[in-house]
Write a protein that binds this ligand. Structure first.
Ligand code: EPZ
Length: 417
């Protein structure tokens, strides 16, 4: 079993570039299905969830080819509408292919999507959006079968501003004649990136990044050449790593505006941050200070994906932080690992109380993607050696995390076992 060996307690110093965003690349890859022909996605990160998405496209008959960070997807040979269960079960975002397939072919079949076990993760809002646009959706023995002779645009209201349901509704609405209005839409930066790609394909989409997205569907779409936005959660990971270990790190290829809540929290913890148009320089003196209270929520609140990362950094500092997680119920699965490193962390339901104190290295297991990154961050700030197993979770969302952390001066190695 592969593991990270980390020698912690050394300040970090260095520069690292941030790769394209997984959570944008996945909906964009689904969106390529909307037009016939060759689309190019630049800065498409080379990591496990993207391989799964490319696997789905291949199984549907599309041709995919990667050169470095660029991926070419030729959807002309599309010849299927059924997504194999094995690929569907690997990640939650597989569900986005249903909306795109419905729009392009009028049908889609798949099992239920998998993904990180962060609590109950229903897809009722996705299904309701398809139904509202005129599709019938049947669940037969755990397999979803979606079909529509003609999709029609209409007003949709999302009771929760779900990122995935907003994206799926946007994709499906591109194939629906007339106007679709998505009310209480998610406002995450990845929604604007999807809007940017859809527009580049010739779609009429307005309001991405606000709570009201309007799509005029049924237009003929064409393939497009588009660069994926930088990954704000990967950037948050590197920033928290420098904050945990102390020192100075420079991130390039970033959009500081996408990191506003995370940078504000790191500043409250005592870090100094310099923002430039595409660079961030973070300087941290140890120990970090607890920030009192932190509540996660949909954009522009503090992102749930960065919550474990910040906790991993603050665990080795001083002072108290009470974390309220409002998006997913099981986002504290990293707690046991942090406690094994000596953290003072108590969890009750969806609230955690963290009191910073010096950590020591330990052998711990990543239970999910961001939880694994949190343990890596804590290990960089902890005295002595740590071993982190469960790397398959981490590899879903980071392109060779250990190499990028090494560029920042971290003593981290992937040991093949
Ligand atoms: C996206 O997941 C991200 N994944 C997640 O990142 C991220 O944590 C999450 O948004 C919140 O920001 C991708 O973009 C691929 P949601 P998604 O639908 O779309 C409930 C990471 O670490 N809900 O906004 O699945 C749901 O249970 C990952 O990179 C329903 O009840 O999140 C949750 O409580 C993990 N019914 C809330 O909405 C539905 O049909 C928000 O989830 C859909 C969602």
């Amino acid at each position: 079993m592969d593991y990270f060996r980390i020698e912690g307690g050394r300040p970090l110093r260095g520069t690292v570039g941030v790769h394209g965003a997984k959570n944008s690349a996945l909906p964009l890859l689904a969106a390529t299905l909307l037009a016939r022909g060759e689309s190019v996605l630049r800065r498409c990160p080379d990591l496990a969830d993207v391989w799964t998405a490319l696997g789905i496209l291949s199984c549907l008959g599309c041709r995919v080819a990667r050169t470095g960070e660029d991926v070419v997807i030729d959807t002309a040979p599309l010849c299927g509408s059924a997504i194999p269960d094995g690929l569907m079960g690997r990640m939650r975002a597989s569900v986005l292919f249903l909306g795109a397939l419905l729009a392009r072919t009028g049908e889609a079949q798949a099992g239920w999507p998998g993904g990180c076990a962060l609590g109950d993760r229903p897809i009722d809002l996705h299904i309701r959006a398809f139904q509202a646009l005129g599709a019938t959706v049947l669940d037969r023995d755990g397999r979803l079968s979606c079909r529509s002779a003609s999709l029609r645009g209409r007003r949709l209201y999302l009771p929760i501003p779900s990122v995935g349901a907003t994206e799926n509704a946007m994709l499906c609405a591109c194939g629906a004649a007339g106007v679709t209005e998505i009310c209480n839409a998610a406002r995450e930066p990845e929604i604007e990136d999807l809007q940017g790609f859809l527009r580049a394909m010739g779609a009429s989409v307005q309001g991405g990044g606000t709570d009201r997205v309007v799509i005029r569907g049924g237009l003929p779409l064409h393939p497009a050449d588009y660069a994926v936005m930088p990954d704000r959660i990967v950037a948050s990971t590197y920033l928290c790593a420098v904050a945990a270990a102390g020192g100075e790190g420079e991130l390039t290829d970033v959009r500081p505006g996408d990191l506003t809540p995370v940078l504000a929290a790191l500043e409250a913890a005592g870090c100094q941050v310099r923002r430039e148009p595409t660079r961030i320089i973070l300087q941290a003196d140890r120990p970090l200070r607890g920030i009192g209270a932190l509540t996660t929520g949909p954009w522009p609140a503090f992102p749930t994906d960065a919550q474990p990362l910040l906790a991993g950094a603050l665990a080795g500092g001083t002072g108290e932080t009470v974390i309220r997680e409002t998006v997913f119920d099981r986002r504290f699965r990293y707690a046991e690992g942090l406690r094994a490193m000596g953290a003072d962390l108590t969890v009750e339901g969806t609230t955690a109380r963290l009191v910073g104190r010096p950590l020591h290295g330990a052998a711990v297991e990543a239970m999910d993607l961001r939880g694994g990154a949190a343990l890596t961050i804590a290990a960089l700030g902890a005295a002595g050696e740590s071993r982190i197993t469960g790397l398959s979770h981490i590899d879903r969302g980071y392109r060779r995390l250990e190499e990028d952390l090494s560029s920042l001066g971290a003593a981290i190695k992937r040991v093949r076992g």
